[in-house]
Design a protein around this ligand. Structure first.
Ligand SMILES: Cc1cc2nc3c(=O)[nH]c(=O)nc-3n(C[C@H](O)[C@H](O)[C@H](O)COP(=O)(O)OP(=O)(O)OC[C@H]3O[C@@H](n4cnc5c(N)ncnc54)[C@H](O)[C@@H]3O)c2cc1C
Length: 659
């Protein structure tokens, strides 16, 4: 029946005994104590209680009926000992890849996922900020870096990642962006054949089922795929003002995902009928009855098995229901565990920088710069404008209540279908950019409110808590405008010059790796932010925002008290206090030709120097792109599926049985 138990994992004592790791390895306390916020909003309270109880009941999942089901194929109780492919991680990329590979019924895939399936509540777009503080997210923190994230708990930035069937696409804000053409042209020009804009657009379109009023005839959009990409049905006057102000300052209103023009647009989202469309919902749930696809939730891969002599991957070790098992592969092991867990697993399995791995006691099979490059997109949520009209912005206190949730359940489209308040996207090239091409250095994210919009006595405060902003910092800066009508635009730094890295804490697969953002270490990044803040102020000074009485709010931060409000120095200090990430960590398993000293995988995503092992997730993106990374993740899954099918002649020798 597929039982391949080797040894048990004692969950009670959180000790992990495996024959190949000496001694007992303790699961660190900080991981056991999953952080949970106290939500005050009654609707949110009810919902978070449901999720919490669901996760805490060990043997009986009380709320299982709300969860998506992935029944094992063929009545199996546990997976078989061997598959054609084992994919680790059912996230944005892994879900697409598993779905595409098993279109051919002769190909068997085991998809090992640490998290649980989604539930009804993760479908609610307005709840996007809440899931970061539940067990649907890995609770990673960046290492302390002096001079950034100063206003956050323990002065550390929070780096949650999705822990679910569907991965981070289950907890994200559902914004759909593809990157500018130059991003992909530059990646291709660095020796990455097959990754030019024309190459990747094919795969974006392959997934997409666009329903974007006004862009039906665009050659860059497709209605033939299965991934819904839509506009948010409801909008506030603040979005109109943002787009109008943009036009006044020379930014046309455009399809911001089309290549020809750079401009502003209504946010495009992976939401349909008011419900989140995660990679799992779209690509896995509809295929869950395929007999050749075993989707295994709540299973943690702990090691990739690699023959040290032939340097060939032949299987995966994973823990499921306290039992350590192995599954071997006839073809390949594919790592889709995301930009933090994939490099961690590579290193735990003997693939990584020699010196570092030796220092934590791991035998090196292949010396590669795993984890040595890490870029992220950081933003600044603290430029907030008060509005002198009421009921203009999206306020949690007015939207997220039990009658609205009930109405959403019936009809879908109301304020609850807002992706956490995001309404508009704008690409700008600031005056400090020295890029010779028309490549934006900042994305502006226009919010139908701001980080004060979920406050007040009964507010959940989920957004500020999702960023882990300390209460005293938040209250000192914004206490007097909490829960009032406001507008804000978050500037997101698209092309960071500062580069981070990650490394193992130790060789325990249950430990979190050490994450170093190295944010704002390059002064050009600070200058770009300040230029972006000035541009947002210019937008707010245009007539459409002035009609609403937009006025910048002079927030006070302890570290900045000696600086004059609105000076460049003040904004730098504010930015260093409220440094927030938009969670687009990339490049930790960087793609590049063998000649690239920083490359981990080749342009076909095969790990350099190790056979039958690929990485297929956003960690392969080698350099910053002008995009949030969910759609690129799914595109990578699509493209990898084709590369793998070609490599193994899967189309040629076997008839495609499913579509
Ligand atoms: C709060 C938040 C908001 C975001 N908002 C947006 C947005 O609006 N738009 C956008 O485009 N992007 C957004 N992103 C980023 C985007 O969602 C991610 O970059 C993208 O989903 C990553 O895809 P991936 O396939 O690389 O990894 P993931 O989707 O993270 O998948 C990795 C999977 O591997 C699993 N896994 C990890 N380790 C193991 C293991 N050892 N064994 C088994 N399974 C394992 C994980 O549980 C996870 O399911 C957001 C991210 C966050 C955190």
């Amino acid at each position: 029946n597929g039982e391949t138990s080797i040894e048990t994992v004692d969950e009670e004592n959180y000790t992990y005994k495996a024959k190949n790791i000496k001694g007992d390895l303790k699961i660190p306390n900080e991981i056991k104590r999953h952080e949970r916020s106290n939500f005050y909003n009654p609707a949110v309270n009810l919902i978070s209680e449901i999720i919490r109880t669901g996760f805490e009941s060990k043997n009986l999942d009380l709320f299982d009926f709300l969860r998506d089901k992935y029944p094992p194929p063929g009545g199996l109780k546990t997976p078989l000992p061997e598959y054609d492919f084992v994919i680790i991680g059912a996230g944005s990329a892994g879900s697409v890849l598993a779905s595409r590979l098993t279109e051919n019924r002769n190909i068997s895939v085991l998809l090992v996922e640490n998290g649980k399936p989604e539930m009804l509540l993760t479908d609610i777009p307005a709840m996007a900020p809440y899931f970061q503080s539940t067990d649907y997210a890995w609770q990673y923190y960046m290492e302390h870096q002096p001079g950034v994230c100063m206003g956050m708990e323990n002065e550390r930035c929070f780096w949650p990642r999705g822990n679910a069937v569907g991965g981070t696409s289950v907890i994200n804000y559902m914004i759909y962006t593809r990157g500018r053409p130059q991003d992909w042209e530059r990646i291709a020009a660095n020796g990455n054949y097959g990754w030019s804009y024309n190459d990747v657009i094919k795969y974006y379109k392959k997934s997409e089922k666009a329903n974007l009023n006004g862009y039906e005839r665009s050659p860059y959009r497709s209605r033939d795929g299965i991934l819904p990409v839509e506009f948010v049905p409801k909008k506030t006057k603040l979005l109109d003002a943002f787009l109008e102000a943009g036009r006044i300052l020379g930014h046309p209103t455009v399809d911001y995902n089309a290549p020809e023009v750079m401009g502003f647009g209504k946010v495009q989202v992976t939401i349909s009928n008011g419900r989140r469309q995660s990679a799992a919902k779209v690509f896995l749930h509809s295929q869950k009855n395929r007999p050749n696809l075993y989707i295994l939730p709540e299973a943690k891969a702990t090691k990739i098995l690699i023959d040290p002599v032939t340097k060939t991957a032949y299987g995966v070790e994973y823990v499921h229901k306290n039992v350590l098992r192995t599954a071997t592969v006839r073809k390949e092991v594919i790592l889709s565990a995301g930009p933090i867990a994939s490099p961690q697993l590579l290193m735990l399995s003997g693939v990584g920088p020699k010196e570092h791995m030796t220092s934590v006691g791991i035998n090196v099979i292949k010396d590669l710069p795993v984890g040595r490059t890490l870029y992220d997109h950081i933003c600044f949520p603290g430029i907030i404008f008060t509005i002198n009209e009421t009921n203009v912005s999206l306020m949690e206190s007015k939207a997220l209540n039990i009658p609205d949730v009930t109405e959403w359940l019936r009809n879908g489209d109301n304020d609850i279908s807002s992706p956490g308040g995001v309404e508009g996207i704008g690409y700008i090239k600031t005056h400090v950019s020295n890029d010779l091409e028309l490549v934006p250095d900042i994305e502006l994210i226009s919010i139908g409110g701001s980080i004060v919009s979920d406050g007040g006595p009964s507010g959940s405060k989920a957004v500020r808590r999702g960023m882990r902003i300390r209460d005293e910092i938040f209250n000192g800066a914004f206490g007097s405008i909490d829960n009032t009508d406001t507008w804000s635009a978050f500037p997101m730094l698209l092309q960071p010059k500062s580069v981070g890295y990650l490394e193992l804490k130790d060789k325990n697969p249950f430990s979190h790796p050490r994450l170093y953002g190295n944010y704002l270490t390059d002064p050009r990044d600070v200058a770009t932010f300040v230029a972006a803040i000035r541009h947002i102020q210019a937008l707010a000074n245009t007539e459409p925002f002035q009609r609403l009485g937009a006025k910048i709010y002079p927030a006070k931060y302890p570290a900045c008290h000696s600086l004059k409000f609105d000076s460049d120095e003040y904004w730098e200090c504010a930015l260093r206090t409220l440094t927030a990430t938009l969670h687009h960590q990339i490049a930790t398993c960087r793609m590049g030709p063998e000649s690239d000293p920083l490359a981990v995988v080749d342009p076909e995503l095969r790990v350099h120097g190790v056979k039958r092992l690929r990485v297929v997730d956003t960690g392969i993106i080698p350099m910053p792109i002008s995009a949030h990374t969910n759609a690129p993740g799914m595109m990578i899954g699509e493209k990898a599926a084709d590369m793998i099918k070609n490599f193994w002649n899967i189309y040629i020798n076997n008839k495609v049985q499913y579509s």
